[in-house]
Write a protein that binds this ligand. Structure first.
Ligand code: NAD
Ligand code: DAU
Length: 344
């Protein structure tokens, strides 16, 4: 990886990945592409934006002209696609943009790779494409060969993108890999997702809305481990292959939320059970043996330690979230960072 396009670089995982790549690869040049939707936050890249190895384009993967122009100008050898609409609750309320960004946007990127050949197109996918497991299915795990059975529009759009990318590999010979990541936690996650939302509400002594009975189970992976997994797949994964990136750290929502309250020293009485999410998946759990055996990746972070650090990060970085709640973060690319923003 020498000239790497990272789409969705101002989002949660994309920004951590950008940081990780700059730290781990001295000879890399990163071409960030992000349209800065509500989920894109320039503050997530504040430590990296001045690095001469990085450039940032405010551009939309749905805009074919912009994407083709950037690819022909920058001549990347690798593309890592994080750009997506990523929040399940939003996909239930407003499904259309999910199919557009998560499927048609991916097709535009793949078409750009046909025009300007790359050595690797890596699609960031999710464990949600497999649908869910029952709560009493202890020990049962999804493998890369499990059938695709998405429950909602978000996961259906991600499954579609996986199939599309792999079809471009077979038909046009574009070297494609797909990684399916588990629920990811760490600093800089937009506060609509379970962990940051609950932290902020607890800090303000507001009620914590748990869907249904709070018994749904997720497999939580640290954002660092997820990023290391993505690098491993993009560099060492075989073209045309899918790799699960999970860590086997299964926790139900109510237990997780109680941990947050314990770390913050807040009472459990803040928890409020609310109406369940439509089509709410019960349990996600993946077998990541393939990644371990073929490319030598496995999760390294200790959950208890990393989770506590994460909760404390949000408590200590209230300024980061205040800019989100006030809407100030949406203007940062025009104010604090305008000199670093390229357009086509
Ligand atoms: P995020 O919502 O925090 O960030 C998405 C980024 O994509 C934002 O910066 C946004 O501005 C950008 N974007 C959205 N639409 C765009 C468009 N049309 N053109 C250019 N940029 C656009 O998401 P995240 O949680 O960091 O997830 C990143 C990827 O990882 C997604 O593909 C998601 O499906 C996948 N994933 C996420 C998790 C998780 O737990 N967060 C787990 C597994 C997989
Ligand atoms: O599994 C990977 C997926 O994890 C990613 O592909 C998605 O992009 C990412 O958003 C995440 O999806 P989830 O739906 O699992 O994450 P979310 O944080 O929205 O919810 C986690 C669990 O918490 C889920 O069971 C729903 C529940 N929940 C969530 C919110 C926001 C609540 O009970 N209350 C809430 O307010």
């Amino acid at each position: 990886m020498k000239r790497v396009v990272v789409t969705g670089a101002a989002g949660f995982i994309g920004s951590h990945f950008t940081k990780h790549l700059l730290q781990s690869h001295s000879d890399v040049n990163i071409i960030c592409i992000d349209s800065l939707t509500y989920a894109g936050n320039f503050d997530n890249l504040k430590g990296e934006i001045k690095d001469p190895r990085l450039i940032f384009y405010k551009a939309d993967i749905l805009n074919k002209r912009e994407i083709f122009e950037i690819f022909s100008r920058e001549n990347p050898d690798t593309v890592i696609n994080f750009a997506a609409e990523s929040h399940v609750d939003r996909s239930i309320k407003d499904p259309e943009i999910f199919m557009n960004t998560n499927v048609m946007g991916v097709q535009n990127l793949l078409e750009a790779c046909r025009e300007c050949p790359v050595e690797r197109f890596h699609q960031i996918s999710t464990d949600e494409v497999y649908g869910d497991l029952t709560l009493d299915s202890h020990g049962k795990l999804f493998s890369e060969n499990s059938i695709l059975a998405p429950s909602g529009v978000y996961s259906a759009s991600k499954a579609s993108a996986d199939l599309l990318a792999l079809s471009y590999c077979k038909t046009y010979g574009i070297p494609v890999t797909v990684s399916r990541g588990a629920n990811t936690y760490g600093p800089n996650q937009y506060p609509e997702k379970l962990i940051p939302l609950m932290i902020y509400r607890a800090m303000k002594n507001k009620s914590l809305p748990l869907y249904g009975k709070g018994i749904n189970v997720r497999d939580w992976i640290s954002v660092k481990d997820h990023c290391r997994g993505i690098v491993a797949v993009a560099e060492r994964g075989r073209s045309g292959e899918i790799y699960n990136i999970g860590c086997g750290c299964e926790i139900d929502n109510i237990t997780l939320v109680k941990r947050i309250l314990d770390i913050l020293g807040k009472p459990y009485s803040l928890i409020e059970f609310v109406e369940d999410r439509k089509g709410h998946d019960l349990r996600y759990a993946m077998d990541s043996t393939k990644a371990q055996k073929e490319i030598g990746w496995k999760a390294l972070d200790d959950f208890d330690e990393t989770f506590e650090k994460t909760v404390k990060w949000y408590a200590e970085n209230k300024n980061w979230s205040e800019k989100i709640f006030s809407g100030e973060y949406l203007k940062l690319y025009k104010t604090d960072y305008s000199e670093y923003v390229l357009s086509v």
